[in-house]
Design a protein around this ligand. Structure first.
Ligand code: BTN
Length: 267
C-alpha cells in the first residue's frame, strides 16, 4: 500500500474551473468516523454552492445496505458532497446520475473499461472501483438536505475480499501514473456539480439516461435481481427515464425499482 501523499486543497482549487472553485466550501479532515455523517451536520449551503467533506481516514465508513465500507489511508479517496435542493425537487434516479458522473470523471482521467452496475456501482474491467451512498433528510417546507458519499479505491490489499460478492479493484491497477487525490477529486467534483445543477434546474436524470445506458456493464447479459426473498431473472435491458432497471424475462418486459443485481451464468 502506498504512503499517503498529502491532500493539497490549493491544488484542487487550481484544477477546478474558476466558477466552481468560487462556489466550493471544502472541509478536509485527517480522520473522522464517516464523511457522510460530517456532511450531514454542516450548515445547509445555498443551492448553487457545493459543500464537500473529505477525510484521509474513516474509522466507520458506511456502504449501501448497512454494509461496512473499508478504506485505507492514502489508498482511498473518501468524500461526501452536501447539496441543498428546494422542497419539492424531484430526486428521482439521483444515485444513477451520480454513478454516471463518476464514471465519466474516471474516463476523463484516462481510465479505460469503465462501466456501471445498477444502481450506482462504478466498475473498471467488471470489478467495483467506487461506491456511492446517498442519504437525504427532508421536511415538507424546508430545503432537502442530500449527502452524496463517494468511496474510490486507489489501492487495495491483495487479499481483500469485499462484502456483497462483486469483486473489487483499485484505480492504481488501471491508471499509471495514478493522479494525486486532489486531481482525482477535481475531476469528480466537476461532474458531480453538473448533477447538482441539473437536479436544481428540474432536468433530473434525463441528461444522464443515455450516458448511463452507454456505460451499462450488464446490458444484454443474463442477470438475477434479488429483493429479499424475491428473485427476478432476465436479460438486462438498460434503464428507463426514471432510473428503473429493465429486464426482458420469459413473462415479458419488467421494470425493477429495488434489488441487488448479480450476473447469472447462461444455462
Ligand atoms: C457502497 O458501494 O456500498 C457505497 C460506499 C460508499 C462509501 C463512501 S466513503 C465516503 C462516504 N462516507 C461513508 O461512510 N460512506 C461513503
Amino acid at each position: 500500500m502506498p504512503a499517503p501523499s498529502a491532500f493539497d486543497p490549493a491544488a484542487l482549487l487550481r484544477l477546478l474551473p474558476r466558477a466552481l472553485a468560487q462556489r466550493l466550501d471544502l472541509h478536509w479532515l485527517a480522520e473522522c468516523a464517516s464523511t457522510n455523517d460530517e456532511a450531514m451536520r454542516l450548515p445547509l449551503p445555498e443551492p448553487e454552492r457545493l459543500s464537500v467533506v473529505g477525510a484521509d481516514r474513516q474509522t466507520r465508513g458506511r456502504g449501501r445496505q448497512a454494509r461496512v465500507w473499508q478504506s485505507w489511508p492514502g489508498a482511498s479517496l473518501t468524500f461526501s458532497c452536501l447539496f441543498a435542493f428546494p422542497a419539492g425537487t424531484t430526486l428521482e434516479a439521483l444515485p444513477l446520475a451520480v454513478g454516471a458522473a463518476l464514471a465519466r470523471g474516471l474516463q476523463a482521467l484516462g481510465a479505460a473499461e469503465v462501466g456501471l452496475k445498477w444502481p450506482n456501482d462504478v466498475l473498471i474491467a467488471g470489478a467495483k472501483v467506487a461506491g456511492v451512498l446517498i442519504e437525504a433528510q427532508s421536511r415538507s417546507t424546508a430545503p432537502i438536505r442530500v449527502v452524496v458519499g463517494v468511496g474510490l479505491n486507489l489501492d487495495l490489499p491483495p487479499d481483500f475480499h469485499p462484502e456483497g460478492g462483486l469483486p473489487a479493484t483499485a484505480l492504481a491497477r488501471h491508471l499509471s501514473p495514478l493522479p494525486p487525490r486532489d486531481a482525482l477529486l477535481a475531476a469528480l467534483l466537476e461532474r458531480l456539480d453538473a448533477v447538482r445543477a441539473a437536479y436544481l434546474a428540474g432536468h433530473g436524470f434525463a441528461p444522464w439516461q443515455e450516458q448511463w445506458n452507454a456505460l451499462d456493464a450488464y446490458r444484454g447479459l443474463p442477470v438475477a435481481v434479488r429483493d429479499g426473498e424475491r428473485e427476478l431473472v432476465g436479460i438486462a435491458a438498460g434503464v428507463d427515464e426514471t432510473g428503473r432497471l429493465l429486464l426482458d424475462t420469459a413473462g415479458g418486459h419488467i421494470a425493477c425499482c429495488v434489488g441487488d443485481v448479480s450476473l447469472r451464468p447462461l444455462a
